[in-house]
Design a protein around this ligand. Structure first.
Ligand code: FES
Length: 103
């Protein structure tokens, strides 16, 4: 059974917005892509640098450091120099609060 962690009110995370939180020393980035929420580790699998400042196109984020790309929906590493996928986290909305599941 996952633990649901509160991220933000829905009005604080509008389409195109993101929020970064730290849970148990792990940075997690939560994105609103066209009204759907996605959460992914905020640590590029290439050199463990923050990914969340990267440019987003559709559901793909490009790492601002060396250009690796990841799918925000699945965490899949899409190109070099990253070779390892990132963790993703389930999301939900409860009482107008965006939440993510931590196993
Ligand atoms: S740290 Fe992201 S591609 Fe190098």
């Amino acid at each position: 059974m996952p633990t649901w962690i509160d991220v933000a009110a829905t009005h604080e995370l509008m389409p195109g917005d993101k929020k970064i939180l730290v849970h148990q020393d792990r940075a997690i980035a939560v994105f609103n892509l066209d009204g759907q929420y996605y959460a992914i580790e905020d640590s590029c699998s290439h050199h463990a640098l923050p990914l969340s400042e990267g440019k987003i196109s559709g559901d793909v984020i490009t790492c601002p450091f060396h250009g690796a790309q990841f799918c925000l929906k699945t965490g899949k590493a899409l190109c070099a120099p990253a070779r390892t996928d990132l963790l993703t986290f389930k999301t939900r909305v409860e009482a107008n609060r965006v939440q993510i599941a931590i196993d």
